[in-house]
Design a protein around this ligand. Structure first.
Ligand code: GDP
Length: 444
């Protein structure tokens, strides 16, 4: 699975991570190669393009954490974007609905639909401990009905008795009724497949869906067909509204284009993958694990994650030191404001800043929302380094200049300075400990 792509990417990134410094051109050259590798893996063109754009814009703006190389940062960004492209979170089959929960299985003939139906039934029976009823709706191919009955027996799951001459809709109705009466938890309806997409197939599946009201509509698609599998999914989703996709024959798929593009193109999650002919060759699809397998650089990814953690810890330590010394200046305030934006605005910050209780009234009166945060950052940006380090320098004429430079009013500059002074005072008293320390800051 993904072997070719994985080989190519490790070649590209091994070269990149060894370099001490990276120019924008180095990154661009590497990304051109990544793009080519994705296209060779049969990833949809628009997916490859948007992937590269996202990686590039993050890589260019990224702050390189000390103790990792720029190349390692790029690997981490590529990894994160791969996970996002694959759907971020693993999604399993959803059984949260009143019993009997209907699962409609759709797909082209030969995609592995009937085998997959039996595989899922086995898993739901054994792992999720559900009573499952299987029903074949393939009225044109008696052999397909037989095949499901045989597979059902093999995995120890009941199948609905075959009644000759019934339509797919009639069988679906009978299956739901039998499940209700028989106390089954789940009904899996294996619809008829066709060699190609055709209108009759879609109409029949839509009718069955209307009757059975399934909770899941799963498309079974053959990963070996690459972009055709993605187009098939798009077509089925347009007509039936899919809830998920099962990609089969991943065991033989060295390219992986269908798996890589499916989520990005259709917006639907790959819920499971088939990895062989045997009835237990079925696996969950975990975007993070798949991304690790593709990149083959799990070590670097966790290295960067750890470094990022200690990077923030370093920052916090520096801040604590400043608090102790009572030297919290406007550069520090800007740092805090930037952190605040990263943490998702005021909500994220409120719980993190020390001495927050005392500042609450100021914050409320300053109406400190995220727009205000941007304005305050602009004000600090308009100061000279000297002014930031020593706010006492800020007399009327300087304030006027800063207000003009940041597109604000002197009043805004004053507000910011007042907020900074309050914070610095609180921090100083906390740093000293004792009565003026944490208890004092919290107003006790
Ligand atoms: P259907 O026509 O869509 O119902 O397809 P079948 O379930 O009859 O499967 C067609 C063939 O594909 C069978 O020989 C299956 O054993 C095989 N098959 C199904 N899923 C997988 C898979 O994940 N890997 C491999 N290697 N073969 C599979």
């Amino acid at each position: 699975m993904f072997d070719n792509l994985s080989d190519k990417l490790s070649g590209i990134f091994n070269a990149l991570t060894k370099r001490g410094a990276l120019s924008e051109e180095d990154v661009n050259a590497a990304l051109r190669e990544v793009r080519r590798a994705l296209l060779e893996a049969d990833v949809a063109l628009e997916v490859a393009r948007s992937f590269i754009d996202k990686v590039r814009s993050r890589a260019v703006g990224a702050e390189v954490i000390k103790s990792v190389t720029p190349g390692q940062m790029v690997v981490k960004i590529v990894h994160d974007e791969l996970v996002a492209m694959l759907g971020a979170e693993a999604e399993g089959i959803d059984l949260e609905a009143p019993a009997p929960v209907g699962i409609l299985m759709v797909g082209l003939q030969g995609s592995g639909k009937t085998t997959t139906t039996a595989k899922i039934a086995k898993r739901l029976t054994e792992k999720a401990k559900r009573r499952v009823l299987l029903a074949s709706l393939d009225t044109r191919r008696p052999a397909a009905m037989e095949q499901l009955a045989v597979l059902g027996k093999q995995v120890g799951v009941e199948t609905l008795p075959i009644v000759a001459g019934q339509s797919a809709v009639q069988i679906a109705r009978r299956a739901m009724e039998a499940a209700r009466l028989g106390g089954f938890d789940v009904v899996m309806l294996d619809t008829a497949g066709r060699v190609t997409l055709d209108e009759a197939l879609m109409l029949e599946a839509a009718e069955v869906k209307a009757v059975a009201q399934p909770h899941e509509v799963l498309l079974v698609a053959d990963s070996l067909t690459g972009q055709d599998a993605v187009n098939t999914a798009k077509a089925f989703d347009g007509r039936l509204g899919l809830t998920g996709i099962v990609l089969t024959r991943m065991d033989g798929d060295g390219r992986g284009g269908a798996a890589l593009s499916m989520r990005a193109v259709t917006g639907k999650p790959i819920k499971l993958v088939g990895t062989g002919e045997k009835v237990d060759a079925l696996e969950d699809f975990h975007p993070a694990r798949v991304a690790n397998r593709i990149l083959g650089m799990g070590d670097i990814v966790s290295l960067v994650e750890k470094a990022a953690e200690s990077f923030d810890a370093d920052r916090a330590k520096r801040m604590a030191e400043k608090m102790r010394k009572g030297s919290f200046d406007l550069e520090d305030l800007r740092d805090q404001l930037a952190q605040m934006e990263k943490l998702g605005g005021m909500g994220g910050l409120l719980g993190m800043l020390p001495g927050i209780a005392k500042m609450k009234s100021q914050i409320a009166s300053a109406n400190l929302d995220d727009r205000v945060v941007k304005r305050q950052t602009a004000i600090i940006d308009s100061m000279t380094v000297k002014e930031r380090r020593n706010p006492d320098l800020l007399k009327a004429s300087r304030k006027k200049r800063i207000a003009a430079g940041s597109g604000t009013k002197v009043e805004d500059v004053n507000k910011l300075l007042k907020m900074h002074r309050t914070m610095a005072d609180v921090m100083k008293s906390m740093g000293k400990g004792g009565r003026g320390g944490i208890a004092g800051a919290l107003g006790n």
